[in-house]
Design a protein around this ligand. Sequence first.
Ligand code: GCV
Length: 717
Amino acid sequence: MSKLNVLFFLLLLLMTSTASGAEDGYDLWLRYVPVENVQLREKYQQQLQNVAISGHSETTAAIAEELQRGLKGLLNKDCNIQSEYTNQQVLIGTPGNSPEIAALNIQGQLNELGNEGYLITHQIVKGKAILLVASTGEIGTLYGTFHLLRLLQTQQPLAGIYIAERPKTTHRLLNHWDNLDRTVERGYAGFSIWDWHKLPDYIDPRYKDYARANASIGINGTVVSNVNANALILTPHYLNKLNGLANVFRPYGIKIYLTARFSAPIEIGGLPTADPLNEEVQQWWKNKANEIYAIIPDFGGFLVKANSEGQPGPQDYKRTHAEGANMLARALAPHGGVVMWRAFVYSHEVPVDRALQAYNEFKPLDEDFDDNVFVQVKNGPIDFQPREPFHPLFGAMEQTPIMMEFQITQEYLGCATHLVYLAPLFKEVLDADTYAKGKGSTVAKVIDGSLHQHTLSGMAGVSNIGNDRNWTGHPFGQANWYAYGRLAWNPEFTAEALADEWIRMTYTNNPAFIEVVKPMMLQSRETAVNYMTPLGLHHQMAWDHHWGPGPWVNIGRPDWTSKYYHRADSLGIGFDRTTSGSNAVSQYFPEVRDHFNNLETCPEEFLLWFHHVPWNHPMKSGNTLWGEMCEKYYSGAAQVKTMQKDWDSVKDLIDPQQYDHVRQLLKIQANEAIWWRNALLLYFQQYSRLPIPSTFEQPDKTLEYYMNLKFHFVPGI
Ligand code: GCV
């Protein structure tokens, strides 16, 4: 080959690899590359050569498009997809759109699975065994199709398959904290993907890919606007833009929801008040709901942050949260919409213990909410910390459907530069036992409605999505979006199984890669806890932007400071929430209360959350409390170094661009873990007056150095 030819060839190679965009993370877990196991791929090719997708709707068109794309990529071969069944090997449809499925003896089974559930199995149709993906609803068949593709992506055999799936919750939502100027509160992956300026005329292809990704994990709703709400989103100008999004999302079973600013009747309605008992205000919201539904007939409803962090709310008029929520619920009820009323509230007065507040305000209102109101509760009583005990409202409100709010974006967990797989955090909360109705009353059962027999049930995840090419900033942030959606579908899934699926779909099925990366992911949350806030410490992040350490923070409202939470003094450290302290333990059911209240039985991971403990308190390991703190901080920083080594060891097993992206971020994380460790230990040492054991490498900077670090323009605020 001449030099020129070589150059041309290289250029062509470069152009094709960039044009495919396959390895820049954009494709998420829907990265349909050829099945690596060639024998299995050939088998799939035989099994899936001819497919019938019944029906002629936008959803069935979306199924056909996805399957075409998926099979072409995974099997490296074009498949024959038809809309009429004529003896194909695979049939996808509903009893409503397929006479062949209607004729099968599976109607009872399908009815039990509901219109989002599905069956994947072999059935005899016209005397021939075929693979069937069936549901009573077309959205169910879409979900079933994604499941079928997942089986291929994770190299599962199809022979003898029987899968019957039904989501455990009715409402599985993302919450975007996206502002109308496209900044994203606590967003670390660029700007908002909603291009309000160009909507509705310009439909960014990302909207459809967003819908595909969400549908593939069962998410069926999205709140597109920030809970710190702007009333303008409710004006016709924006409602028309929203209609553009709704039209893209509808075929994928995703409903649009909005945040409702409580003072909107004043700000955009010209009324003198937003009092929920005022008839004009009530009428204004009814008219607004009618207007929204006239534009977006399948609009989902409102999410509301009221009387919290300066947001307006019913208490401004001496009304209760229930009175506020019900006013909105009554405007939405005729259209089938719901209200998700957040329990993350603050009073203007600084409370004895901020952890007490949501329970104190909401528990007495349990009987008062209308049927289409959820109370949406953050996983823990403070604020998305690396570790919190479960929120005491779970299990405590029997009459009201309680929606879980998890934070997928890593506000308190290293933004988008730390690799922290959040499924273990989500699972720890979901699996926690509230004892609301005796042993086994897990948070998951509260959330899925089974504990108190609610028909409405749900989960919300604060999105980590932005317009970065790979959507989530950190490539492993995608795993948190993925795991969240799958857990909203079924809180019983394990963190391990979800990591396994995600790795296989996103990177590779190569066992050598999985054996290293899966344990690394599963350990990563505990690692972050160790170098940030071990042993029940919480809210030790820097002021306001929450990036990096700030145990010295002592400005603003006391309950926004780190000192309020760690309470370190010469005797010890920790927030006394026992019966002789703030008594927050008593918000839990007696079994849980007693467990946390007793210093002997309180799990060490929550020790300083519930107890003020002397520096020389003996820990289970044999260390004193101070010794254990040193141990935890040093092990956390060391674990990140191990992550770096692990990642380096799989360098040759994945795409170089993906490898290098994570490698560079791990380097940042390793440095920041040391920053956290040194800053926290040096700070607490002022109180403990004990040395950092000489076996550990001593901090190379002073406390003053860390305290004087100032950062401007940290993303997310
Ligand atoms: C949207 C925390 C965050 C805020 C967030 C708030 C909430 O305080 O720091 O950015 O506001 O929680 O959940 O409402």
